[in-house]
Design a protein. Sequence first.
Lengths: 286, 866
Amino acid sequence: MDFLSPDTWAGALAAKAARPEAVPVMGGTDVMVELNLGRRRPHALLDLTRVPELARWGAEDGYTRVGAGVSYTRLVERVGSRAPALAAAARSVASPQIRNRGSVGGNLGGASPAGDCHPPLLAAGALVELASAAGVRRVPASEFYLGPGRTVRREDELVAAVLVPEPRGPQVFAKVGPRNAMVIAVVSFALALDVAARRAGTGIGSAGPTPLRARAAEEFLAREFDWAGGADPSPEAARRFGDLVAGAARPIDDVRGSAAYRRHALAVLARRAWARCAAEVRGGGV
Amino acid sequence: MTLNGAAAEASPGSDTTAAELVRDELGLTGTKVACGAGVCGACTLLVDGTPTASCLLPATALAGRTVTTVEGLAGPDGLHPVQRAFAAHDGMQCGYCTPGFVVEAAAFVDRHRAEHGDTRPSRAEIADALAGHLCRCGAYEGIYAAVAAACAGEHDTESPLPPPRAEAEEKVTGRARYTTDVRPEGCWEAVLVRSTRAHARVAAVDAGGAVHVDLLGADRTVRYVGQPLLAVAAPTPAEARAAAERVAVDYRDLPAALDPAAAHHAGAPVVYPTREAQNAAPSNNEGPPLPGRWRGNLRGPSGFGWRGGTAVRRVKDAAKRGDRRLVAEVFRTGPQVHTALEPHACVARWDEHGDLHLHTSTQAVVGVAEAAAKRWGLPRERVHVTAEHVGGGFGAKGGLRVEVVAAAELARAAGAPVRLVFDRAEELTDAGHRPGARVELGLLADAKGDLAALTMDAYNDGGMSTGGMVATLGLLMYGNAPRRLRDFDVLTNRPPGAPFRGPGGAQFHWALEQGVDMMAERLGEDPLALRRRWDGNRKRRALYDWAAALPVWAERTRGAGTGRFRRGVGVAAANWIYLTDPATVVDLVVEDGAVVARSAVQDIGTGSRSVITDVVRTELGLPADRVRVGVGRSGWSYAPGSNGSRTTASIGPAARDAARALREEVRRRAPGAVSGSGALDPEALKSLEGTQAGGRRRRDRGGYLTPVALPGMGAPGRGLTGAVHVMEVEVDTLLGQVRPLRCWAGISAGRMYNDRLARNQCEGGVVQGIGYALYEQRRDDPVTGAVLTTNLEDYRIPGIGDTPEITVHFHEEGWEHVVGGGVGIGEVSTIGVAAAVGNAVHDATGWRPREVPIRPDRLLEGIGLK
Ligand SMILES: Cc1cc2nc3c(=O)[nH]c(=O)nc-3n(C[C@H](O)[C@H](O)[C@H](O)COP(=O)(O)OP(=O)(O)OC[C@H]3O[C@@H](n4cnc5c(N)ncnc54)[C@H](O)[C@@H]3O)c2cc1C
Ligand code: FES
Ligand code: FES
């Protein structure tokens, strides 16, 4: 197995162009598990940990740009309030050791339906920046995912960064895990509101072949939400919202949970997310 | 890189992990690898001060970094405060997880003190910081205490007191050596080739020229996916893996019985078609299996009872008349996997005299030596078994297992030492498990509310193994009302079970103790009061009284909860037999000014080393540094295996006997060296070099239940140990999750030899019981029979955040007839826990769980919420 270890971004892209089959490694918290358990035997690894550009973050034209190599720990500590749902998702990842190494870019590169970054990126309307030696393109998160582990990223491309719009209202992320600590999501949900535009974004994790948006639920909430006062939803509205979110999911039964439970839990998370956003609007936290 | 403060160089290959580099190339074996998947944290290192799972880190990533391993945590002033704290609060049992915990906790404590001064963090903060670590022994209470105390600055200087666990310092510094750490010069690596078929005849195996040993039985049949059929060895791990992949197996598939619910139906494929095959079936229990008749895949009934006909008639009549005082219920449990953090492992070597040397992770040092001697036709003293430290066992590491047989055979074939270590997937598939069971319970009370009849039929699901003994345990509970107790094995083409901490007990109590609660409800009686009435025993009555006096019991709201989060309190009782091994010997000798004990006994985390140490220290009034105890070598004095809760009750009295004999010997030689209180003068020991004495496990007053010790069982002593668990949970009725909040464990097993270690073990018993009740579920592929939960993310054992606050209470009276006054607690402390959780969930929600684990989806379905 070859180990490519470029120390510039240009070098990384050149290496990927020359060896498109090389498997990128950022924090390694997915790749190394696959190697250790013998699920994968690549001919070449492309180590990205020495590329300084990937570890950067900052403001950029109404977005917060988060380099693909920014670890969850950094994200929580430094990016925090500029991308609240994403930061909440980062906080919920596994354990300190995994948060110290695991990255947004790795979450997108692996594109597991259970990845915690996806629902907040979908809900917030983020862009994924893909780069190759031939150029750069930005893809809306909602168009990025194709199937379990499959995305629109071409073999010669790398994830460079995500661009998260600056928050324009409350954002929440919630997840249900199979035990009290150290958990990959059984199901997760993110909600991001744009108070000025009276729009809502949603993201569903771990309940379908890809992370999903619940568009009907978004429209329903946009209509029913008390944008001015932040009143709690009526029980009927909350229930309807929960049902619409659950209805958008396409879960399966697996070792972490049954499809029926996932739907049920999603509805619970969705109702709670509405209530929390409403409380934030009420409290003037926007 | 800078490694533990000094410059270090290495040139690892591109596919080497940091964990492998540190352990295998740099020889720092304190760092452990237990999952290879980032879940358990045993491999944690500090990289530039940041805790990192080194199994997920390419070794090349260490270039230019500052790396600290557990060996490098200590500073110029001695151990890191957190290491001292772990030792002082006994935040460990087997110690295999300890280096990882200690490294992470050191970083947390340093940061916490820098940010908040010397203050105690909350339990939740500690749980968050240590969320990436698993301890199968369940030593979490001690870990909470240790981390909090270290943060508060309570361990900045060395404690004047020795730690409660004799080998604590070795464990917190990473010096403790386990079998997985042993890698002699020129050692080859072995890999097991396992069946990919659930049921097949193996027509031919082509080992492709590799050094190998055939492991198939006489009928050349594989009976589950994962069954070892061949082992290969090669000079390096990579070569061994490659050799294993080249092995070609020609399978002739046979129809397989995979569903335990259907395997005994007519027409199902038969797992053992012949008498020979049936007799060769492995047992999942200790001791010889009870006799039982075979009908296809159904074996049994076996079992006992008294006035069984009466019991059955009473239950039937009560059912006919619809008697409310009859509880007739079916309970279910699934396979629970032992999941010791140290995997099964053996390093075998034949020396130039033809002696066999085995380093192995075993809970039966002498047992392995005896069985190996028999198998290879050697006198027992020419087999040298070593198990200095053992990273957990829980029942799965008894006897001569495949890793020993394969390593020894391959070592002979290769002419080199051979090392065989299970990976986590092998461990979760084929290292044994607690068999599942379907338990049909009949419990009848008479008009006075007394127990009138008990019937239990248990259909035990131990894969292709026999020996299920669940219903039979009805012998141990609630007096002498008529009872019929029948055990059946339902055989399938799935991996074999093994004894697991209180074999059968967890399944049995899950059913019985929930049944008793249902009865209490029908009789309108307090569940503790009912148990107290039914259980005539005085020792256990003291436990019921203790439990009834707990504020949590008096104040419980009994099903009156409303709203999303509901609290509930549940209770369960449990009894277990008391065993001892009358052949146990402890020998003492004065060496280098200290009293030294050497015993074959293994220490799997249960504290056998500490028990001997404490007894000798106390009996002879010696300071800690004047008593040294060596354990885990088959050539040292005889001790039993660590199973059946018999170890402490065997070695403790023998150690005391030896200490007394040594005192007499010293008195004879140097009368002035013994004080009036019987203490030895430490200074006089120097001139007593070589003085020796031996001690035996003397007979209990009243003897034993059987006139001779039973093979593989020891002597069953008089009296049952007892436990009463009171559990408080909070149920999230919207998401279906159950959170244990507090647990009280009352234990009657006589005097505790070492209070802190005994509490630790009882706390761990609670943690394991909670895993059983709430999280642990092995899943098998219904089509292929392959185990699906082959990593620690999918097979979920409890973490520190799942641990309730645990209070242990010992009722010590009632064991005065036993030499030494105390007996084993390993099993009685865990078997009733799941039922206490079940009863608490019922108390909170009104819904009765009938199947473990109490998964959120089952709970929601049960309480009928949408
Ligand atoms: C014990 C454990 C617990 C976990 N818990 C969680 C959890 O709670 N939530 C969660 O979401 N995830 C969890 N994970 C999964 C993992 O930590 C995350 O997916 C993480 O975001 C991966 O980041 P990484 O940098 O480590 O990725 P890597 O392992 O380095 O890479 C992951 C994938 O992305 C590709 N890749 C990496 N960087 C790039 C790039 N720049 N461009 C293109 N492709 C790239 C890799 O080739 C690989 O396919 C857990 C993992 C473990 C081991
Ligand atoms: S061995 Fe690295 S986390 Fe388990
Ligand atoms: S002490 Fe933690 S696994 Fe044994």
